[in-house]
Design a binder for this molecule. Structure first.
Ligand SMILES: *Cc1c(COP(=O)(O)O)cnc(C)c1O
Length: 458
């Protein structure tokens, strides 16, 4: 018989005390036998050197990017005190959802939406802004899709007095004017991408007139501006090793909170766009798995309309549509892949973190893809019982956590499921509206479409 919540000694929300919060980030790569493949220079096809990378990224971040062996990095004092403003984030026992589903499974979610940016992205934004400031830079450039990263970075830059230039995917710029205004509250300049303000933007507009843009295009523009403007560097909100490193704070807190109550999860589930929240959430658990100390069923959830893991190819590819960035070895749909315009669920990036790609290729985690109408249905079911309006991205994880909990109901297994609830969906109401009005479709690319895109791999 399952313990009732009255009998349980486990609180609804597990918060860590200030002195229990992680003081170091964990670098998962240090425990990987098969290291993620290095970034390659697109011209010479040789591994990118620190010197080459430091034209694009801040020096300290380049070191973190290239370091496959140091297991822990001290979190600088300034970042720790910024974290204290909105962390620890709660690990919530989803008692109400469990009751609704009548499942014997125990469901926990780590909620990262408790800050103005509304997502986990602030964890890395503040770190990247800190290192830019420390290097004496004037500002940074970046891309943003749905807008969470741009918002997080704008907040972080205003905190350290840095200029922030954001290239926002055009479709989001138009659909999410309020997100844009939040960035401007923090003093950032926001340009819809592709734009006429860069050489690559003009090229892309010529080649694909009327395009609604993609993350890949926006990255190309942001990199061009960073590398051609004195005192600026480019920063990226996902995919890179350094971002997964900063996001390990999510997993370290989760693990500390579970350990505090002697809870051992069976499954860890996260949505995967570029892989940063998932990489962060699973980091210490995957570390145990790599060292042979424990085993977990680790699941990446991606949209059926942008299925990099489940239908992509593991190969070197460009990180951006304009092909100006280094090549990364990853599961990819091809850098020219743009999800159908009716796709509203986020997680639109064509590739996946090299670290996660290697772990997936080694069979250490699995992946599933889900259609967006089912994701929104799960989001609503969750919102009605758990009192959080989830981001569509996060709802991919909700959907699979609920599916797994329903399976437990059939088998009677009392699995402990942990999933990452990466953010809130208040700026995604146009997508929710489409769903309510029955105007949301499940576009799933054909094999031919994916093959055509993958055929253009370098
Ligand atoms: C950006 C974002 C994601 C996906 O990015 P990852 O790098 O894959 O984590 C997921 N959820 C929310 C709320 C986001 O803003």
């Amino acid at each position: 018989m399952k313990e009732s919540k009255a009998m349980s000694n486990i609180p609804y929300k597990i918060y860590l005390e200030e002195n229990e919060m992680p003081k170091r980030w964990y670098n998962l790569r240090a425990d990987m036998k098969n290291k993620p493949a290095p970034l390659l220079n697109p011209g010479t096809r040789q591994p990118m050197t620190a010197e080459e990378l430091s034209g694009v990224f801040c020096e300290e971040l380049v070191k973190q990017e290239l370091d496959d062996t140091t297991p822990f990095f001290e979190i600088p004092e300034d970042i720790l005190s910024f974290y204290k403003m909105y962390r620890p984030s709660p690990l919530v026992r989803a008692y109400c959802l469990e009751e609704k589903l009548k499942t014997p499974a125990k469901i926990y979610y780590k909620f990262e939406g408790n800050n103005t940016s509304g997502s986990h992205k602030l964890n890395s934004a503040i770190a990247q802004a800190y290192y830019a400031k420390k290097q004496g830079l004037k500002g940074v450039t970046t891309e943003t899709g749905a807008g969470q990263w741009g918002t997080a970075l704008s907040m972080a830059c205003s905190y350290f007095g840095l200029d922030c230039k954001v290239y926002m995917v055009k479709v989001s710029y138009e659909q999410k004017p309020f997100r844009r205004e939040v960035m401007r509250v923090y003093g950032a300049s926001v340009t819809p991408s592709p734009s006429e303000t860069t050489k690559i933007g003009r090229q892309i507009l010529e080649e694909y007139p009327g395009t609604t843009g993609s993350l890949g295009c926006a990255i190309s523009e942001a990199v061009e501006v960073a590398t051609s403007t004195d005192g600026y560097r480019y920063v990226l909100g996902s995919v890179l090793n350094q971002v997964l490193l900063h996001q390990s704070v999510i997993g370290l807190e989760t693990k500390a909170a579970l350990d505090k109550f002697g809870i051992k999860p069976d499954m860890i589930i996260g949505c995967a766009g570029g892989g940063s929240n998932l990489g962060g959430l699973i980091a210490p658990f995957m570390g145990e798995k790599l060292r042979g100390e424990a085993d977990y069923d680790i699941v990446a959830v991606e949209p059926a309309s942008c299925p990099s893991f489940t239908r992509g190819t593991y190969a070197y590819d460009f990180c951006d549509t304009g092909k100006v960035c280094p090549l990364a070895k990853m599961y990819t749909l091809g850098s020219g892949y743009i999800p159908a315009p009716n796709h509203a669920g986020g997680l639109r990036y064509h590739g996946m973190s090299s670290t996660l790609s290697q772990l997936y290729d080694d069979g250490l985690m699995r992946a599933v893809s889900v259609p967006q109408t089912e994701v929104f249905a799960a989001a609503e079911e969750f919102a009605r019982v758990e009192g959080i309006l989830p981001a569509p991205e996060s709802s991919h994880a909700i959907k699979v956590a609920m599916d797994e909990a329903k399976k437990c109901k059939e088998t009677g297994e009392e699995k402990t499921i942990v999933f990452g609830l990466t953010g809130t969906g208040y700026f995604d109401m146009v997508a929710y509206e489409k769903y309510h009005d029955g105007k949301m479709e499940d576009y799933v690319p054909t094999d031919e479409e994916i093959a055509a895109s993958v055929a253009k791999l370098p």
